[in-house]
Design a protein around this ligand. Structure first.
Ligand SMILES: NC(=O)c1ccc[n+]([C@@H]2O[C@H](COP(=O)([O-])OP(=O)(O)OC[C@H]3O[C@@H](n4cnc5c(N)ncnc54)[C@H](O)[C@@H]3O)[C@@H](O)[C@H]2O)c1
Ligand SMILES: [Fe+2]
Length: 382
């Protein structure tokens, strides 16, 4: 069996990546639209990027209205800014939200109609060049052909996809992540862990994605708690930024499974941040998935060094999932109730959430495929 494997055209990693990237950025166009959020303006992260652009005499305009997870309205604002300012390429600076918004803006510059018409469809036409500069070590959006945009009328998170959404240049400079507060570090780091575990245990896994997934799991297991405890630990931040990239590359080529499928409806209805809703579901979903691929969960236990000689695959898999649960606890992941979601309202919506989860296609990639009842039963455990 043969497999396609996609990555960004250029990836630059490590401290100083932004400055090294100037040579590549010069080739991409004359005027950039920088898509970002107010936090990046406030922290001075935007200035680092504009200083680099000034140094190579590239013009820019800034669209900084992505102040929550992206919606169709924010994308439309970005399209307007891009056209009014006569830009010819895009830079996404921030967590997954600005990067996803940038991708959607790029898509709608060269494709006709409205963003909401592209739910589940492949984006057909090439976008302008896309530069992704992540400031969280989480989504891996810098290396994926996906963007997730909320349709504000239908209350769903739309997954838009296609190789045309793959960034041209990914700049993985860990310095931008050192300002992330502990709760953001925890949730985004667990998002990356979820990507890696789901890619490795997906029906669509392939040898190349396996390599990236296992490497990401090892790095996250070793460095996430360190980055959480000390945001200025540059080694931990560097390793986490590479891990998030690896996990992005892995799931881009192997897909995600049940956790992401069930997480998106929680985000769409209750505005729980993406990494947090994944983390809330992680242990229960993995316990469900384990019997579908005990040998792959055993590999994960071996990767983080907790496999004990004589353990069956199932025992090793259970030990791995327990370790993931322990990590979530140490990272003080909130429960649904602690986040402020009304349990009664949550129970009223289970049917819609289960249908939306299945319709997203992700749960179908799980090696033990869940039906609607299974999904409802897992939601009830939260
Ligand atoms: N495209 C993909 O492949 C993909 C994969 C997973 C998730 N996503 C999407 O990504 C979005 C979530 O992205 P995210 O988890 O990175 O969060 P985010 O971009 O929404 O950022 C979360 C918060 O952290 C702040 N922040 C980000 N970086 C910071 C830094 N360095 N210092 C201080 N504050 C910082 C932001 O301002 C924001 O308030 C969701 O919409 C999710 O659906 C996309
Ligand atoms: Fe994710």
């Amino acid at each position: 069996m043969s497999n396609l494997f996609l990555t960004p055209r250029y990836i630059i990693t490590g401290k100083g990546a932004l400055s090294q990237a100037s040579e590549n950025v010069k080739q991409l166009g004359k005027k950039a639209l920088i898509v970002t959020d107010n936090m990046m303006v406030k922290l001075g992260s935007l200035k680092k990027v504009t200083d680099m652009l000034d140094s190579i005499h590239i013009e820019y305009a800034v669209y900084s209205e992505v102040n929550s997870e992206p919606t169709d309205t924010m994308v439309n604002g970005g399209i307007l800014a891009y056209k009014q300012e006569n830009c010819d390429f895009l830079i996404g600076l921030g967590g997954g939200s600005p990067i996803d918004t940038m991708k959607a803006v790029g898509a709608m510059i060269t494709n006709t109609g409205d963003i909401n018409e592209y739910l589940g469809k492949i984006i057909p036409n090439a976008t302008p060049p896309l530069v992704a500069l992540p400031t969280t070590a989480g989504t891996g959006s810098e290396a994926t052909q996906f963007t997730i945009i909320s349709d504000t009328k239908r209350d769903i998170k739309m997954l838009l996809k296609g190789p045309n959404l793959m960034p041209t240049l990914a700049i993985i400079d860990p310095i931008f992540t050192t300002t992330a507060p502990p709760n953001v570090t925890a949730a985004t780091g667990l998002d990356a862990l979820t990507h890696a575990i789901e890619a490795y245990t997906s029906k669509k896994s392939q040898p190349m994605s396996d390599t990236f997934a296992l490497s990401a799991v090892k790095r996250i297991n070793k460095y996430l708690l360190k980055a959480y405890k000390n945001g200025n630990d540059v080694e931990a931040r560097t390793e986490m930024s590479i891990a998030a990239l690896e996990a992005g590359i892995a799931f881009n080529n192997a897909s995600v499974t049940i956790v992401h499928g069930m997480s998106r409806p929680i985000g769409a209805l209750y505005h729980v941040p993406h990494g947090l809703s994944n983390a809330m579901l992680l242990e229960d979903c993995l316990n469900f998935a384990l019997p579908g691929t005990p040998e792959r969960f055993c590999d994960l236990a071996k990767a983080i060094g907790i496999y004990k000689k004589g353990d069956s695959d199932i025992e090793a898999g259970e030990a791995f999932i327990k370790e993931v649960g322990k990590l979530c606890k140490n990272l003080n992941i909130q429960t649904l109730e602690e986040f402020g979601v009304d349990k009664e309202k949550f129970f009223d919506n289970l049917d819609k959430m289960a249908i939306d989860a299945i319709d997203s296609g992700s749960p179908g990639n799980t090696r033990r495929e869940p039906n609607k009842e299974d999904i409802i039963n897992i939601y009830k455990l939260l």
